[in-house]
Design a protein around this ligand. Structure first.
Ligand SMILES: Nc1nc2c(c(=O)[nH]1)N[C@@H](CN(C=O)c1ccc(C(=O)N[C@@H](CCC(=O)O)C(=O)O)cc1)CN2
Ligand SMILES: [Mg+2]
Length: 283
């Protein structure tokens, strides 16, 4: 078997075209979706991601502003920035790029964002709404994965889904989204015993561990859908996923590549939620 490759890049391109039209329609009603990205410090990967977000927003016609602050900014100063942006009607979405410098408590900052403007879906109110099955803003990576599963017509209902990783940003919301589609969901993590056996039960295997090439074919049931959320660097600095794709693609039915799999969908869903947030103004 050779797995079907699920391209996040292609789906992003398709959704971009739809979103451009949505933005045009909103502008006709005098609403320009606005996104502000707050970047604190000099982390070079974060700078790249923020630049990519700005570029994508511009391509779609979204009004986009990046506010950059020095590494030594205090938590109180950042809270004041969030307070100002919460009140600024030009912005329907506020995103604070993570990670923040160590002396700033990320939880405090994320909790200060108005839930309606929380296009990352990280605010406890948005997380809580997701858990009770009334999602409003959804963390972009798992949301993008759901769009990919839908695009590739993957049946979810009644399937065994195993999510490896229990972060607030990926693992936990991913499990909730799959549960909402009536999958039987298992969350596995670093303390799970016999991980390969647990993973091998999965019809849908979501891998968000953060360890390059850890998932070999021994973890994969023949024909399974394997979603690789990992972004790691190998010894030569090459970007690799958590899944050993060359051998897993011989066993899996579907597989997301790294790069151009889940990654592009994260930014796409960020734009999508910014537009959704702007639409709410009309209602
Ligand atoms: N506030 C947030 N901070 C962070 C998030 C987030 O969703 N919200 N996620 C990551 C970084 N990130 C977006 O911010 C992000 C990282 C990577 C990609 C991506 O498309 N990756 C490409 C490969 C890029 C490369 O070659 O290095 C891919 O997978 O094809 C998108 C978004 C942490 N911070
Ligand atoms: Mg996100």
């Amino acid at each position: 078997m050779v797995a079907t490759i699920m391209s996040g890049k292609l789906l992003s391109d398709e959704l971009n075209e739809e979103m451009k039209l949505e933005v045009i329609k909103l502008k006709e009603k005098n609403v320009t979706p606005g996104l502000v990205v707050v970047l604190v410090g000099e982390d070079s990967a974060s700078q790249t991601y923020v630049r990519n977000k700005e570029k994508r927003a511009n391509t779609l016609g979204i009004h986009s502003v990046v506010e950059k602050y020095p590494e030594k900014m205090t938590e109180m100063e950042l809270l004041r920035v969030i307070d100002r942006l919460n009140k600024d009607d030009h912005f329907h979405g506020i995103l604070v790029q993570l990670p923040l410098p160590k002396h700033i408590d990320s939880t405090k900052i994320l909790n200060a964002i108005r839930p309606e403007k929380d296009v990352d879906g990280f605010h406890p109110i948005n997380m809580g709404k997701l858990v009770i099955g009334q999602p409003e803003r959804i963390p972009c990576t798992p949301y993008g994965i759901m769009k990919l599963l839908q695009r590739y017509e993957i049946d979810i209902e009644g399937k065994n889904a195993v999510v490896i990783g229990r972060s607030n940003i990926v693992g936990k919301p991913m499990a909730q989204l799959l549960l909402m589609k009536n999958a039987t969901v298992t969350i596995a993590h670093s303390k799970t015993k016999n991980l390969a056996a647990v993973a091998k039960e999965a019809d849908i295997l979501i891998v968000a561990i953060g360890r390059g090439h850890m998932i070999t074919k021994d973890f994969v049931k023949p024909g399974a859908v394997v979603i690789d959320v990992g972004m790691n660097r190998d010894e030569n600095g090459k970007l690799i996923g958590d899944v050993k794709s060359d051998e897993v693609q011989e066993v899996a039915g579907h597989l997301t590549p790294v790069p151009k799999g889940v990654g592009p969908m994260t930014i796409t869903m960020l734009m999508y939620q910014t537009i959704e947030s702007a639409k709410e103004l009309l209602n």
